[in-house]
Design a protein around this ligand. Structure first.
Ligand code: PLP
Length: 454
């Protein structure tokens, strides 16, 4: 079969058999899918041989680029020993070594690692543990959670219950458990109509009001530290996270930090909580944990939480939760190799250096006619496009402005995905300065081409 025939069949089969996530399939079936065949460094090659910059880090997971030799080799070495063995009633080497490594690099006090497979399950585990923790302690009534508007914690129903993006979550409302919702720290569109810093953290005051009235019902506060990712790359003002931690302590509830998107160096520190010296009661990790190679997640917690689950079997304090691939050895081996690379290649220092280029660029594009706000930290950020800068009026949904900008960037050799009309910038952390600059220039041009017609 020639290459043209093979490609025709691949495209046909994709459109015939695959239901793509977060995708309007009518639109997908009307277009021509881009099918990826190979990756190298920060680039992806499609079946037609065209290379693209991976500006979305393959959905925010990639750290060291594609086909990173050290990770490839670690995976191969592990495959030659053991593909999978369960953690239910057994241990295995790589997941044990990884747990020790995770405890050593996460904020002091997080000492226990519970594995699962993806970001949503990392959050489910934290929610269920927090809930059961209080039950095991004999404290009744803590049957709810406090979450934020614009929050995204994944797509399983527990994670959706603590989500705050109406477009994704509202339809499932009748299936979800009730949670209390505090304002999103979204200063550009403050739901309280306030301006930071004059507001003196009005959003935290609202959160405190909820805790004052309902603290005894709240098992935990759950949030994405520093950046609400899928909500639109919403960067919280400095001090906000610390404020939430203080409220959690004052009102005797637990804090779940969902670092699925921001963990592993994204913000310029290994974990976002470090920026404000916060130690949460639960730390949810996934995405970058394996350098972007394999599905793996970990929920870390404290000795205090862990010990509440200890007892005689018949007391039923056990955490009755687990997944078939929990602690998968191949994924764990990839994660260890990725952590080694963090040290060997000083990834965090690299992120901090490149963050300078990125933040200058964010300031520059903030002057464009249809950019309402541009925001970011480390190597993650977003540019919010608006119809009218003065009034912050958004584009009509039907105009698909963010999507069209991303398609324009694709014509220029860059893969990115929008969140509505927020253009997301999420390159692999190891991207070279040249490729980062190139990526940012393509995005600037694409924004101008679509919004200003030039
Ligand atoms: N939590 C956060 C903060 C996320 O950004 C995501 C995914 O984008 C998730 C959880 C869910 O992760 P997954 O898609 O691996 O289930």
């Amino acid at each position: 079969m020639g290459i043209i025939e093979r490609n025709r069949r691949l495209i046909e089969a994709d459109q015939k058999y695959i239901w793509h996530p977060f995708t309007q399939m009518k639109e997908w079936l009307e277009g021509e899918p881009l099918i990826i065949e190979e990756g190298r460094d920060c680039f992806l090659r499609d079946i037609k041989g065209r290379w693209y910059l991976d500006g979305v880090s393959s959905l925010w997971v990639n750290i060291h680029g594609h086909r990173k030799r050290e990770i490839d080799e670690a995976i191969i070495r592990q495959v030659e020993r053991l593909g999978h063995s369960t953690l239910l009633g057994l241990g295995n080497l790589p997941s044990t070594e990884l747990a020790e490594r995770l405890v050593s690099i996460t904020p002091e006090g997080l000492t226990r690692v519970f594995y699962s497979d993806n970001g949503s399950t990392a959050v489910e585990v934290a929610l269920k543990m927090a809930y059961q923790y209080w039950k095991n302690k004999g404290i009744e009534g803590k049957n709810s959670f406090l979450a934020l508007r614009n929050a995204y914690h994944g797509d399983t129903l527990g994670a959706v219950s603590v989500g705050g993006i109406d477009l994704f979550h509202e339809i499932y409302r009748p299936l979800l458990f009730e949670t209390y919702k505090a304002p999103s720290p979204y200063c550009y569109r403050c739901e309280l109509g306030l301006n930071h810093p004059d507001c003196r953290f009005g959003c935290l005051q609202k959160m405190e009001e909820i805790l004052r009235n309902h603290g005894e019902e709240i098992a935990a506060i759950v949030l994405e530290p520093l950046v609400q990712g899928a909500g639109g790359m919403i960067v919280s003002p400095p001090g906000y996270l610390r404020g939430v931690k203080e409220l959690a302590e004052r009102y005797e509830t637990l804090l779940i930090a969902d670092e699925v998107a921001v963990g592993f160096g994204r913000t310029g520190r290994m974990f976002a909580c470090e920026h404000e010296e916060v130690v949460p009661d639960f730390l949810c990790l996934s995405k970058g944990i394996t350098g972007g190679y394999l599905p793996l997640a970990a929920t870390l917690t404290t000795e205090e939480v862990f010990s509440a689950f200890l007892g005689e079997y018949a007391e039923f304090r056990t955490f009755f939760h687990g997944h078939s691939y929990t602690g998968n050895p191949i994924a764990s081996a990839a994660a260890i190799a990725s952590l080694d690379l963090f040290e060997k290649e000083d990834i965090l220092e690299g992120v901090r250096e490149k963050a300078g280029i990125f933040s200058e660029w964010l300031e520059e594009v903030n002057g464009l006619v249809h950019v309402g706000d541009s925001r970011g930290i480390g190597l993650m950020g977003g540019v919010e496009l608006v119809l009218d800068r003065e009034t912050k009026r958004p584009y009509p949904v039907e105009s698909r402005t963010g999507y069209r900008v991303c398609m324009k960037a694709r014509e220029r050799g860059l893969i990115i995905r929008p969140l509505g009309d927020v253009i997301v910038i999420m390159p692999p952390l190891a991207i070279s300065r040249e490729n980062l600059s190139r990526m940012l220039e393509i995005i600037r041009e694409a924004i101008m081409a679509v919004t200003e017609g030039r």
